[in-house]
Design a binder for this molecule. Sequence first.
Ligand SMILES: [Ca+2]
Length: 247
Amino acid sequence: MPVKKLLLGLALLSVSSLAWAGTNPRYWISGDGTLVVNQQTLTYRSPDGSYNEAGLKKLNRVFQADWEDPQERMSLRFVEILDYVQDQMQGGSYNLKSGYRSPKLNHSLRDQGKLAAQSSMHIEAAAGDLILGGVDSAQVFEFVKSLDCCGIGYYHGRHFHMDSGPSRYWDEKTSKTEDKTPQENEKLILQTDYDRYKPGETMGLKFMRVTNYPIGVDPQLSWASCKDWANSCPFPARPISSSCPGC
Ligand SMILES: [Ca+2]
C-alpha cells in the first residue's frame, strides 16, 4: 500500500513553441474565478489570471486537501472544471459530500464495500462527490458527458461524482468500483499542470492513478503534435483545434 502518491517533479520540459496569450486562462475549460461551495463564495483567481492563494487555501480546506503540502493540494484543473460547470449550468452552491481522500481512507472505504475505485481521483485531490444547487444531477451528468473533458459518474441518486481525470463516464451499471482485481497501473495517466504555457516556461507533469509501486520512468519523452496523433497514437485521439486555436 503506497503511503504517498507519486508526484513529479520527475519529468520537466521546456516549451517554447506553444503560443502564449496572456489574457487567456490557463485551462481550456475554466470558469470565472469564483466558486460557491457549501454556501461559501470563494474567489480563487483574480481578473488578471493569477491564482489567489487566500481563496485557494479556503477551497482546499473545504475539500479537506492539505494546502501545507504542495503535493497534496487540490488540482487547479479540477477547480476550474467545477467553476465552469457551475457557471454554465447557472447552478447554486455545490454541496460537497466527499472531496480529498488519503490513500488510507480510500482503501478503508473499499474494504467497507463503499463506492471507491482503486485508482480514484479523490486520492489526487482532483475529484468530488457533489450536488449542484438547483440543478438535477442527471442534467449535470449529461452536460459534463457532452464536454468530453473529464470524469463524471452518476448513480441515479442525489449526488454525482466529477473529476479532472481522462474523459469517461459511468453509472451504477457500468461502474467497476467494486472490482477487487489488482489494476496493475492499468489506469495510470500523466497529466500536465496547465493547458497553456508561456514560451520557455517549465511544464510540470504528474503521474496519477498509480496503484502499484514502484514504477520506472524512461527519462526520454517524445512530443507529438495534434496532427501526429491522428493516425499513429495508440490512444483515442480527438481533435482539439476547436478549443485550442493554433495548437
Ligand atoms: Ca463561477
